[in-house]
Design a protein. Structure first.
Length: 198
């Protein structure tokens, strides 16, 4: 549908020539098509101003709600304790506190994404929803998050994939934390990820 067309004029022009001078009938045509103009203006505003590239704040939150992708993202932070080689998150004497029995190794860190990063995550979510888990789909989805300079992937053995990426911009520490979460592979598929320096 052409969002710039004048419905009333088009409808009037489709009449026979014998009605050219019928002012009452013309007024009726203009009146009956007036609601369509309002709907068309609203549709054009939605099309031009309220899509993912131009949305801000609450509009982005609304898109995220439709896609079931919240703006708040959970990034676990490793908590370091005193320990010995082979144990996770450890350090020596005087470096970290002693770990008590009920203490966990990670703390939850919930971050609120700004509009630009949230927009990238929403594009990633759309690519994941519409993709089918193929290597081109994985590349497309990851490129929305990381703006990749180079991407290569190959299947190695049964249900395993090797992915090698080079990032154009590694300044975004928030999205680079726990990078594996942004690799959309099917359940049960193992991933070996290599990140190359640009």
């Amino acid at each position: 549908m052409d969002l710039a067309q004048n419905h009333a004029e088009i409808a009037w022009s489709n009449n026979l020539g014998q009605f050219d001078k019928a002012r009452t009938m013309r007024a009726f045509f203009m009146a009956i098509h007036k609601p369509f103009e309002d709907i068309q203006k609203s549709t054009k505003a939605l099309f031009d101003e309220r899509w993912l590239d131009t949305a801000k704040g609450k509009q982005l939150d609304g898109i995220g709600q439709i896609l079931r992708q919240p703006r708040l993202v959970d990034f676990p932070i490793a908590i370091h304790y005193f320990g010995f080689k082979g144990q996770p998150n450890i350090g020596g004497f005087g470096m970290f506190k002693f770990k008590k029995q009920d203490y966990g190794l990670f703390a939850r860190n919930i971050e609120r994404l700004d509009d630009d990063n949230y927009r990238r995550v929403l594009y990633w979510r759309i690519a994941v929803i519409t993709g089918s888990g193929t290597i081109p789909d994985i590349h497309k989805a990851m490129n929305h998050i990381f703006n990749l300079r180079n991407f290569s992937a190959r299947t190695t053995e049964n249900a395993n994939i090797d992915i090698s990426i080079t990032l154009k911009d590694s300044r975004n520490k928030l999205l680079l934390n726990k990078i594996e979460r942004w690799i959309p592979v099917a359940a049960g598929v193992g991933v070996n990820l290599t990140i190359n320096e640009s």
